[in-house]
Design a protein around this ligand. Sequence first.
Ligand code: GLP
Length: 264
Amino acid sequence: MEVIIVAREEDVAKIAADRVQQQIHQKRDSVLGLATGGTPLRLYDELESRVQKKSISFAAVTTFNLDEYVGLPPDHRQSYAYYMDKHLFSRIDIDREKTFLPSCPDRKYVTRTCEDFEQALRASGGIELQILGIGTNGHIGFNEPTSSLRSSTRVKTLTKQTVRDNSRFFRSGEEQPSLGITMGIGTILKSKRALLIATGNGKATALAQAIEGPLSAMCPASALQLHPNATFVIDIDAASRLSQRAYYLWVMASKDRLERSAEG
Ligand code: GLP
């Protein structure tokens, strides 16, 4: 796994945007996996600005979101469909027909929604670059601790911690769903590249477990240790509990030296 530690949140967004740009330059009709939450907001701002500068185009890109709340229609202000529209899709040149979320406004249809989502993923040829955040409890998507490491898209009951962490996005008194539909860990592991971004002290313990802890369903993000091409881009605060921090910085410096000597 590649671990990139940077000084500021803005650097996390820039490096992640560079990776998205490289992917789309390599293949204009790339299939991207996208995430929600507070962390990707700067990345989405950065992508919008690159689209405006015409450095990148999403015209041929297909996207699949990691997760969605069960029971919220796409026009609900707290749904991830609404979030994606507001923070990314309405601001870039993407074809909405090529954007997929596991939306399930009516709980009756959850099984069908999960099957259709996996089918659409297969039909697309699979995710080439999956963007991920991480929960304070180590979840990826809504794969909470004890999720099967081979799981596919399904319904998960959210932990109290996740409900608490995400309550900041809901108004007081507003009903907050306790069920989510999420790509499974097995689904995420099928992506060709995975890029996890994280910032702040609140993520430090989860990241230490994910990167250096044992592979365990208790920390779903640790499953990325099995991924053939996973990169973590994190800021100094999020890296504060990594015991091998000096080593990751040393690897980064060595890569820089090699690149500079290859250029010179
Ligand atoms: C939610 C999402 C996750 C996301 C996590 C972290 O629970 N389902 O996909 O990674 O929150 O969010 P934040 O970036 O706001 O800390």
